[in-house]
Design a protein around this ligand. Structure first.
Ligand SMILES: Nc1ncnc2c1ncn2[C@@H]1O[C@H](COP(=O)(O)OP(=O)(O)OP(=O)(O)O)[C@@H](O)[C@H]1O
Ligand SMILES: Nc1ccn([C@@H]2O[C@H](COP(=O)(O)O)[C@@H](O)[C@H]2O)c(=O)n1
Length: 212
């Protein structure tokens, strides 16, 4: 079984993906980390983010087994990731690795921006998780503060809106719900309620599949 979870920044898709993968005993890949790994390498080396040759070389080096969430989750890497993610050849290389992961015989959950539309168009279940930009900014702020950091709500909101615009507006694999995705607006749902709503969708899809 493959479950595809897409959505804009800080919508809670990663949290949901983790819960679903644990519950159904599926392998999990946060594909955002693969773009972040390319951005991290570019920033570390001092290469401009629009240097396509170096970005492509960095994408080839990405090892799915060695993605360091702690290092890659830094807030400033997110914006850089969305800049390298507009380069078609970077996407092609990373999508190939993501598809290889999705072939895991035990089944897999992948979350990102183009999983239901490009990476796994035949996924058994597709979820498009969203929430208002203000709710998402509030969640991200609490996230940063709970780890001892400081941030400004207005700045986070502006970053989120700007990143969404870039992700939705790019020519190659823009963020959008797949035609057959189930929309899950979690603006007024806590983590547990969002998980239960997603689980109901997955269980329903599995029951239909088993009947067919
Ligand atoms: N339904 C929810 N209600 C309240 N808080 C939530 C909910 N879902 C996720 N969160 C919290 O919001 C923050 C962002 O969630 P998460 O990292 O899962 O988002 P994401 O969509 O994967 O973000 P990104 O695209 O930036 O990686 C986390 O602190 C998480 O605990
Ligand atoms: N399938 C994906 C996943 C991510 N991106 C780009 O990476 C940026 C960071 O992603 P996070 O989920 O870790 O926040 C994101 O803003 C996208 O630009 C992508 O293009 N496709």
């Amino acid at each position: 079984m493959i479950i595809a979870i897409d959505g804009p920044a800080a919508s809670g898709k990663g949290t949901l993906a983790r819960r679903i993968a644990d519950y159904y005993h599926l392998a999990l890949l946060d594909t955002g980390l693969t773009y972040r790994a390319v951005a991290y390498e570019m920033l570390q080396r001092g290469w401009p983010l629009d240097d396509e040759a170096h970005a492509i070389a960095a994408a080839r080096q990405v090892d799915l087994g060695a993605l360091d969430r702690e290092t890659l989750s830094a807030h400033e890497i997110a914006d850089a990731a969305s800049k390298v993610a507009v380069i078609p050849e970077v996407r092609r290389i990373l999508v190939e690795k993501q598809r290889a992961f999705a072939r895991n015989p035990a089944g897999a959950v992948l979350d990102g921006r183009d999983i239901g539309t490009v990476v796994c168009p035949d996924a058994d279940v597709k979820l498009y998780v969203t929430a208002s930009a203000e709710v998402r900014a509030g969640r991200r702020l609490r996230d940063i503060e709970s780890r001892g950091g400081r941030a400004d709500f207005a700045e986070i909101l502006a970053d989120i809106v700007h990143r969404d615009e870039r992700d939705m507006g790019r020519a190659d694999s823009p963020l959008k719900p797949a035609a057959d995705a189930h929309l899950l607006d979690t603006s007024e749902m806590g983590i547990e309620a969002a998980f239960l709503a997603a689980k109901a969708i997955v269980d329903d899809a599995l029951a239909k599949r088993d009947k067919a």
